[in-house]
Design a protein around this ligand. Sequence first.
Ligand SMILES: Cc1cc2nc3c(=O)[nH]c(=O)nc-3n(C[C@H](O)[C@H](O)[C@H](O)COP(=O)(O)OP(=O)(O)OC[C@H]3O[C@@H](n4cnc5c(N)ncnc54)[C@H](O)[C@@H]3O)c2cc1C
Length: 605
Amino acid sequence: SQRLRSSAFGVPGIDASFDYVVVGGGTAGLTIAARLAETASVAVIEAGGFYQMDNGNLSVVPRNSLVQGVISNAEAFPPQPLVDWGLVSEPQPGAGNLRYHYAQGKTLGGSSALNTMGFHRGPKGAYERWAELVGDQSFTWDNLLPFFKKSCNLTPPDLEKRQAANATPVYDPRAFDNALGGPLQVSWANWVDPTVIWIAKALEQIGLPISPTGFNSGIITGYSGWGTSTIDPTHATRSSSQTSFLEKALDETEIIVYPNTQGMKVLFDSSKKATGVSVSTAGLEYTISATKEVIVSAGVFHSPQLLMVSGKSSGLDPPEGRIAHFELGIGPQDTLQSNGITVVSDLPGVGQNLWDPIFMLVTNQVNTPSGPSILMDPATSGPALADYLDNASGPYSSAGGHFSFEKIPDSMRNFTSSTASALAEFPADWPEIEYDIAPFPGPDNAVIGGIGATLTTLFSRGSVSIASSSMATQPLIDLGWLSNPADVEILVAAFKRCRQLWNTDAANSIKVGPELVPGATVQTDEEIATYIRSNLYQIFHASATCAMGKSSDPMAVLDSGARVYGVQGLRVVDASSFPFAIPGHPQASVYMLAEKIADAIKKGN
Ligand SMILES: Cc1cc2nc3c(=O)[nH]c(=O)nc-3n(C[C@H](O)[C@H](O)[C@H](O)COP(=O)(O)OP(=O)(O)OC[C@H]3O[C@@H](n4cnc5c(N)ncnc54)[C@H](O)[C@@H]3O)c2cc1C
């Protein structure tokens, strides 16, 4: 018989034991927990609650994902403490020496509940590189495709609702297999912004034709096109790991969730096997034990932090005569020791290798009707709301959904030889730039068109470290922005491409007045670089702070099964486990990885 929904939640303050304990009920965490719960007992420890209650329509309505204040990268961002961790970076010398707020979901669903819903898979070459770096052919595109497919369900585009003949999605349906019953909803938005349609035309005019396969078949570079989003098309609401994987698991398994509960330390026995997690719910501390494994899925900043401050033990031989409980950590020895933590596994790579793809914008005023102007004008905003509620279409139903990727064309590659040879190391199908189109509101109901360029080959590396031995203290985040001059060179070339885009016939037909930002005074490479350094944004694709790699790689943290080197019974499965930032948007790969590792665990690997 069906259990009560309320039976699915753990009782705070009471110790309990499960086969698997997953720390972090985010994108990867809920996916792996839901899959493991099909055959085992599983607890999920999540620091946040339900975003539908804690962030209302801001997290549910697609349009709002683009405009919610919490995605501001300003140090003085508008806080949303119930759904965002409020992380702020260390000053970034490469980017105006400013500190940047970096939104990260703190809710069941994690960042899949805060993101802008773009969904696509990376290029085949990126996964071949992953396979090479970890020495495991199960990471090649062909071998990963079943896990990509398993996670999601595709709904074909609704052309009647989209009402945009110039934005008809082209895709290869063989990239999906709905018969597998993947719970994540993937679809095309039921509305397309007219400004985006014009700029998409401009992209074609600079040499990026519409992709014949779409962006889920492992081919992305050299194409533009209408991409999929994690939107449930029935009501045009967000599909997150919570609405998909967790909902399914709550109905069909015995999964137990501890919401509003923070994992504070992983616990180990004397053989360095993870035995559970010390957790805290509103200050109440207790232990959730794992008879089989602890899986850390706390995201790109908190997973390395948790490894570094974990855990506690009374069983290991105490150093220097200390007895009973002492702090243990997994990570760089120096960092741990200076925070009074005893090293359980000296892994210098923990928190290192942070890839954070960055982007910058060139903007112009445009004369096209657009989401921002439609929703600001009372004459059109009411009908738009009715269209959303009645038909699941109109501006509220879309979070964007246009992708394009390229390598900088030969005619514009004035790179230094060191940058050129570094770029040549990337696989041939790995793009250097992604273009993102964003219409936003200007003064007097004007529409500003933004063409953004994101670096997808990235040479700068940041890091995550700790300021104390407690998870209650924010991690120290150095984003590393533009610390490598090659990134500046490539972004300068990308900036010029953005101007080329704005000077196509298509863009000229909607442009009003002179370039707004940065404007005509910025011309030389040096002026462009200066502009970029002080107008830089993250695209929230930070990855690879607990990178997988071969055991011979001193910076590797995880083996290809996502097991932490040097201890037993502990894996890290989330965007931190990637060896690099997958070019483009990562969430499809996060879901895939969680599916893959769940499958491996179930098969005893
Ligand atoms: C604003 C924004 C926009 C984005 N847009 C896109 C997009 O359009 N397309 C795309 O593909 N990707 C996008 N991304 C990136 C993508 O969403 C993330 O890469 C992905 O969701 C990361 O998944 P994860 O499992 O690694 O971490 P998360 O989903 O962030 O999950 C980590 C979870 O762990 C919890 N947690 C952390 N520490 C603890 C602890 N100690 N105890 C208990 N719980 C803990 C957190 O609360 C969170 O729920 C975006 C991200 C953001 C933030």
